[in-house]
Write a protein that binds this ligand. Structure first.
Ligand SMILES: Nc1nc2c(c(=O)[nH]1)N=C([C@H](O)[C@H](O)COP(=O)(O)OP(=O)(O)OP(=O)(O)O)CN2
Ligand SMILES: [Zn+2]
Length: 142
């Protein structure tokens, strides 16, 4: 029997939206208050959704304790109370939540006890983002 499970993690981090592709004036125009040089913070919520066969002996797709250990070491230790813009993954990539969600997806792809279905990230109570992996369609094929 195949089943899905989801688990939520929380971290606080700061960031500033800014791209080297544009000058300061254009950055202010695009990102508005999120381009403030002093940065700002969010309490992010990450929901990891996994799937797999339910082990008939344990009754579990995978043990949430194993997922928690993985998340602590590979997600929370890296992002909690960090300035996202200082992390290697955001040196050449804007720290939008679209990009953060894709980065977190790439992290959980290394959790091998179940199949990674989706990463859902809530940045504020109004904004949430999802990434399910896969290659982008070629231009004009969508
Ligand atoms: N496409 C995206 N747009 C924006 C992102 C993003 O990651 N992707 N991020 C931001 C900001 O980081 C920002 O801090 C969120 O601002 P805002 O949407 O104004 O936040 P809320 O409306 O939820 O909260 P308020 O405090 O009420 O403004 C912006 N855009
Ligand atoms: Zn922000």
């Amino acid at each position: 029997m195949k089943a899905y499970l989801s688990r939520r993690y929380h971290f606080s981090a700061s960031h500033r939206l800014n791209t080297d592709a544009y000058d300061a004036a254009r950055n202010r125009e695009i990102y508005g208050k999120c381009n403030n040089p002093h940065g700002h913070g969010h309490n992010y919520t990450v929901q990891v959704t996994l799937s797999g066969q339910v082990d008939p002996a344990t009754g579990m797709v995978c043990n949430l304790a194993d997922l928690d250990l993985f998340a602590q070491k590979n997600l929370l230790a890296k992002f909690d109370h960090a300035n996202l813009n200082t992390l290697d993954c955001f040196q050449n990539t804007v720290s939008t939540t679209e990009n953060l969600t894709a980065e977190i997806y790439s992290i959980f792809q290394n959790f091998t006890a179940a199949h990674l279905e989706r990463i859902h990230v809530e940045e504020t109570s109004n904004n949430s983002f999802d990434y399910v992996g896969g290659a982008s369609p070629a231009p004009g094929t969508r």
